[in-house]
Design a protein around this ligand. Structure first.
Ligand code: PLP
Length: 394
């Protein structure tokens, strides 16, 4: 019998998870690998958040909750959007899911029909095109130029809008480039959404990790955009809570909110009860830790760029946000049989015990993604290995 569905056969597994599996395997063999692959803060979850999780367990909150999240968490999400952006939502506009990845998956399942198109700006987070495809739609890739700091051009977006375009997907600050879209670009995209009557799905998961001094602009806070925006965020990156698996969306469209909740009711049911209690504390409690972690990431980014600048043959746009540097390594292609980003990443991991992620699955074969979610000491050590590798390649 034919075991796998066409859908399953066509799916590409997450490249970021694949490389971290290989890294873990080497580490378990006792190899001293420096990991620039991970996309998660290396800080412990702030203590007051962990304490809240324990208190919830002690209160015996170990049962199913409402599918789309407990009322306290929906209120906490509204509170945070209001505090951060002056965006007023009602708890009924919120759905909480098992991580922002799950939120996005549900959204595409609810919005996308066979033949529908979603515009995705490249370089993009690996999961976007696959999630759109799993829903039966097509991700239409909008290229950007490194010389434009990976900010997409409005003309490139507009020329890809067709009668089948359903939504524009935005991710600022971006994984993998760290680009933070300037306000003018966001306003230009808003004008396009209005003109062509499109939805905008705005994944703002890195909004607390901006280093350029510009404050984050939530797409939903632009004039007239709240009605058109499906706002996505979560606690993973801002509060060092990746393992808790809590993400959420806000939308004024009650049919979408209902549909996402119904889809979730037939798949995972509610997100983890204890994790929801922890997320309430993260969003309502003191926010000082967020700023402290951001300052550490900022210092690491600066160190990273300083050291990287000393390595001949590499170039990178300084990331204004998120946790990654997207490094152009194409000047080494053709050497020692290295033809693409996967070859270069495998070469670094196998020969120099440096783990990073190939850019191909993010939409750019010229790049590799290095994350600075690790100590300054490890950054020094890892970049020393990268320098050695580049020197050896000549
Ligand atoms: N969106 C982007 C751009 C990401 O990089 C990630 C995680 O790597 C997510 C969403 C999902 O985060 P989580 O599912 O942990 O909330």
């Amino acid at each position: 019998i034919k075991i796998l569905s066409k859908r399953a056969n066509e799916l590409k597994p997450s490249a970021t998870l694949a490389i971290s599996a290989k890294e873990k395997e080497l580490k378990s063999q006792g190899v001293d690998v420096v990991g620039f692959g991970a996309g998660e803060p290396d800080f412990p979850t702030p203590i007051h958040i962990r304490e809240a999780a324990k208190r919830s367990l002690d209160r015996g909150e170990t049962f199913y909750t409402p599918v789309g999240g407990i009322p306290e968490l929906k209120k906490a999400v509204c509170h945070r959007f209001s505090e951060d952006y002056g965006l007023e939502y009602k708890p009924a506009d919120i759905v909480v899911s098992c991580g922002a990845k799950h939120t996005l998956y549900n959204i595409f399942q609810a919005l996308v029909d066979q033949g529908d198109e979603v515009l995705v700006n490249a370089p993009y987070w690996v999961s976007y095109p696959e999630m759109v495809a799993l829903a039966g739609g097509t991700a239409v890739i909008v290229p950007s130029e490194e010389s434009d700091r990976f900010v997409p051009r409005l003309s490139e977006i507009e020329k890809r809008i067709t009668g089948n375009t359903k939504a524009i997907l935005l991710n600022s600050p971006s994984n993998p480039t760290g680009v933070v879209y300037p306000r003018e670009i966001l306003e230009g995209i808003a004008a396009l959404a209005e003109k062509h009557d499109l939805l905008v799905i705005s994944d703002e998961i890195y909004d607390k990790l901006i280093y350029s001094g510009n404050s984050a602009v939530s797409f939903a806070s632009l004039p007239g955009m709240k009605e058109r925006t499906v706002l996505v965020n979560g606690v993973s990156k801002s509060y060092a809570m990746t393992g808790f698996r809590i993400g959420y969306m806000a939308s004024l469209n009650s049919a979408l909110v209902r549909s996402v909740t119904d889809i979730q009711s037939q798949s995972t049911s509610n997100p983890n009860n204890t994790a929801q209690a922890a997320a309430v504390e993260a969003l309502m409690g003191p926010q000082e830790e967020v700023g402290r972690m951001r300052a550490v990431f900022h210092a690491r980014r600066d160190l990273f760029m300083r050291e990287l600048g000393q390595i001949p043959g590499l170039s990178a746009v300084t990331p204004d946000g998120a946790l990654y540097v997207f490094v152009n390594v194409s000047s080494f292609y053709g050497k020692r049989g290295i033809q693409n980003s996967m070859d270069f990443s495998s070469f670094l991991l196998e020969q120099y015990h440096l783990a990073c992620v190939p850019g191909g699955p993010f939409g750019s074969e010229d790049h590799i993604r290095l994350s600075f979610c690790t100590s300054e000491e490890k950054i020094q050590k890892g970049l020393e290995r990268l320098r050695k590798a580049c020197e050896d390649l000549g």
